[in-house]
Design a protein around this ligand. Structure first.
Ligand code: ADP
Length: 167
């Protein structure tokens, strides 16, 4: 059985992530979405909130071979523990390439039995980034085109809690 891990922060999960999940689930028998619980990125949502959001998106996609698991370990250690032979990553533009290339290269040396596979989201979804979704929402912009309605409601609610920026 081929098991793949798709790791990320998912703060919050976007339509770009959902598209990668949908594509990735076709390539492996079991897809584990690894939601990092590492607080170093100063996320807007707690690990549990992010996992709930991802679980909801997976339910919307009606995929039955996808599971959401939190992790706070070296990615290769997590992947090995899950019995994965493939790491899935999404590639957006040139900006992602250098970081992803370096990480895949180092991970290859850490564990040569696990391959990193890059997927491209649908062209229209490629520019979407969680960081920008948060920035747009913090300044009162409309994020409808970038996240699902449920995630949009969560982000808007969180922005109201922490306070909007700008005038
Ligand atoms: P990280 O914190 O590791 O950047 P993210 O949650 O931002 O994690 O993203 C997880 C993965 O999803 C990364 O491989 C990232 O490149 C990919 N990804 C995010 N948004 C998109 C998108 N719009 N299209 C394709 N891949 C994406």
């Amino acid at each position: 059985m081929r098991i793949g891990v798709y790791p990320g922060t998912f703060d919050p999960v976007t339509l770009g992530h959902a598209d990668i999940i949908r594509r990735g689930a076709k390539l492996v028998d079991r897809l584990i979405i690894g939601v990092t619980t590492n607080p170093s990125k100063n996320p807007m949502f707690t690990p549990d909130e992010r996992m709930d959001m991802v679980n909801r998106e997976v339910a919307n996609l009606a995929l039955d071979n996808v599971e959401v698991v939190g992790f706070n370990a070296l990615l290769m250690t997590f992947a090995e523990r899950q019995g994965a032979s493939v790491i899935l990553r999404g590639l957006r533009a040139v900006a992602d390439f250098e970081y992803e290339y370096q990480m895949a290269g180092m991970n290859q040396q850490l564990n040569p039995r696990i391959e990193t596979v890059f997927l491209m989201a649908d062209v229209g979804l490629q520019p979407i980034a969680s960081k920008l979704v948060k920035e747009i929402a913090l300044f009162g912009g409309d994020i409808t085109r970038f996240v699902s309605p449920a995630v949009r409601a969560d982000v808007v609610e969180r922005v109201e809690q922490i306070g909007r920026m700008g005038d």
